[in-house]
Every structure is written in C-alpha cells, then in structure tokens.
Ligand binder design. Sequence first.
Ligand SMILES: [Zn+2]
Length: 476
Amino acid sequence: MVDAAVLGHRIRHFRTQSELTLDALGERIGLAGSQLSLIENGRREPKLSHLQAIAEVLGVSTAELLDPEPPSPRSRLELDLQRLQEGASYRRLGLPAVRPSRAMGDDVLGALVGLHRELDRRSREAIATPEQARRDATTLRHEMRERANALPELDELAERQLDAVGYEGGSVTHRAVSEMAARLGFELVYVTDMPHSARSVTDLENGRIYLPPASIPGGHGLRSMALQAIAHRLLQHREPADYREFLQQRLEINYFAAAALMPRSRAVEHLRRAKRERNLAVEDFRDAFGVTHETAAMRFTNLATDLDLQVHFLRVGEDGALSRVYENDGLPVPVDASGHAEGQLVCRRFAARTAFERTSRTTEFYQYTDTPEGTFWCSTQTGSGTDGEFSISFGVRFDDAKWFRGAQTAFREHSTCPDVRCCASPDSALVDRWRQHSWASARMHQHTLAPLPSGTYPGVDDSELYAFLERHAPAL
Ligand SMILES: [Zn+2]
C-alpha cells in the first residue's frame, strides 16, 4: 500500500534535484504537466508504466520512488501538516486549511505542526473512553500487586512529617495534621460551600487548603482529606496529563494519608505483637489508630509483606459489586474480559456477601470459603455509607488463618465460581416455574467509570471551582 502523498513528495524531490520543470518531465514521459502536478500533490496515483518512465528519466529506481519515507525533514513537516489538517479535531473547528507554500519558513511550518499535534492530543485525551479508564485502572492494580501494594518512599515521607510535628504514637491528632500543613505554609480552612466536584481545594497564592465542614471535629475523614491535600503539595503533583496519571496521583495521596494515620513502623509493631499472640484483627488495628475499618483493612495490605503474609481485601456493595479490591494470596477475584475487577459481581458464597445476611453486625464476621483456588479465611465488617450498604473483607489463605482472631469459626461455604452453576444461574425448577409468568424492569448500574470532564483538573467543574476560590479569597 503506497501513500500517494509521500510518493508525490518523492517524485517532486527527485524532479527538482534533476532541475526539471513539471512540463519538461511531463513531456519526456508523455503526460501533461497538470496531470503530473496532481500526482505530486498526492491526488492521483500514477500508472505503473508512468512510474517506471519517471524513474528512468530521473535516474532513480522505482523502489526508491516507492520508499515510504518522506524525502526530507521539510517534506515530513508538510506531509504532517496536511494529514493533521484533514483530521477530525481540526475540521470540527471550521477553519481554513493552510497549504505549505515554498515561501513559508521552516519555523512557521514547525510551529503550525506543533500546534496541530497538541490540538490532536488534547482532543483525544478529552474523549478518553470509560474503556480506556478501566484499562488504566487495571494496569495500575497489576503494578501495585507486583510491589506487594507497598510504596516505601511514601511511608518514609509520612514518618518524616509525623516526626517533625512531634508525633509519639497512637491516633494522629487533628492538631498534628494542622501543624503538618502549617510547615508547608498552609492553613486548613473548613467551608460549607465546597464545589460539588472537589474533595479539597488548595489556594496556592494565599496558602489555604479548603476542606468540607467538620460534622465531628477532628473526625478521621477530615484528617484523611487534609492529609491528602497535603500529599498533593509534598509530592509536587502537577496537572495530570491523562487519566493514568490522575489515577496514580489518587493512589499516592490515599496511600500517604493512610501512611500518616498508621505510620509503618508503629503499625507493623502493633500487627507483629498481635500476630505473636495469634490475635490479629482488623478491628483492633482500626481502633488502635482511630481510623475507619476500610482504611485499616486497606492499610494492612500495604504492610502484609513485613508480616510474611499474603492477603486479600475486598470492598463490596450490597448489590454484590466490587468497588475496591487487592489480592496477592490468589483469591479468585471476578474480572471481565479485559481483566478489570471493579464493578464485577462477587460470588454469593463469599463472606463479602454472606455477611449481609447476618442480623447482628456490630463485630467482624468470620468465614472459611472453599474455592477452585483453595480455601480462604475472611473477616468481614459491614457498614453503610452514602451509596448504601457495603462490606469490607480482609483475609488470607487457610494456612495463615491461625494468626487471626476468628480462625476458629465454624462458618464455611463452598464456591465454584466462575462456574455459573455456583451461584450465577437460578435453580432450574424455578426457571421452569416462572420463566413464562413474570416480568421485571432493570435498574441501571452505577459501576461504570464515567469519562471525566476535560477541565483543568480531571473530574472537577472549572467554573464552580474558580467561582469558589474567588468567593473565599481574603480581601486585600
Ligand atoms: Zn459463586
């Protein structure tokens, strides 16, 4: 497949080298100069006989004419400009196409092509599909699994920040977090009118980090959010170039916040002691550091390697869909064809779902589950949030259950998922009974990752954000 535009450029290149005009070359090969011009402009493909005649006259081989490379850097720029101007992102603007004339300098041409490339990149980025977003999330999950879910440099950064404000163990106080912010030149300001699309907003000019109001002053959620905002500054995050970078930054600020609330050294100390006593429990870990069950369970996954444990963590909604997951113990996690796990339905036999059937939910629920990949032990805590009920599960393979409180549980389930006969397909007798005699209307699923609006900050409404900043900036 020959690119007519490149071929045209190559013919023109060798013709001008031979110092022949269009008409002169046309005459030698029996083609009107205007016809030859169409060929050189890539609007017409030459017949093979003409191509051979051109090669002969210009003293080159046909293979040389058919080389897919533009004949010179200048020619490459011209071809790029032409191609980019024909692209959808430029045509949508309704602007005229510029023809690169000989009078146009290389610098002008280079600048035009550079602008076109950037326009093209930005328009592609803005239409990043949920599919791409899912692929990025999956890639990141695999990378973290490779690293045993640990980011030691962030653990160290968090410990240094805590040392600097005189932290001496236990639950990190709200005051300590404020002091951490102050060391970076920021004041924490609580406001009731946060932009809906932002979790926190930082005013770099006036040194303020805006946070939502404190329903319970010093509550875990607030410390965590303030620490995340601080992490953006400490890690010198720039405007993310794509969704992949956005996810990476998200992961880092969450990790830093957890590492500051449960610093590695003291957290590992706590967990090692509990392991020696064969009394490991996420609920104790949670209470020792004054964080949520979810934060404690997720933080445990960061530290598991230090305890010689391979573990799994699941956050599952009441509808059975996964919203967060980590495993390096081989638990068979449901994934779609592309390897994406979030939004997938977890086996009904897993503790993550059977826990919803319990009436007493004040403590952890323990269960063994036989799967095609072996037997796993799980501790599950249910709770409710703005998006309904959810369960947090943390567990290990059968052999490691002995280190945990609840290893004695008599609850045991058997799962053969992903085999549909396990729990995904209904009882055949019930199908026969109801198939012809029922109708149900579906509820739309919320678990697809929505594409992000392409504002300055992914997912944040620009106009709302800037109006907010304006409203709160101190008067001069
Ligand atoms: Zn199942």
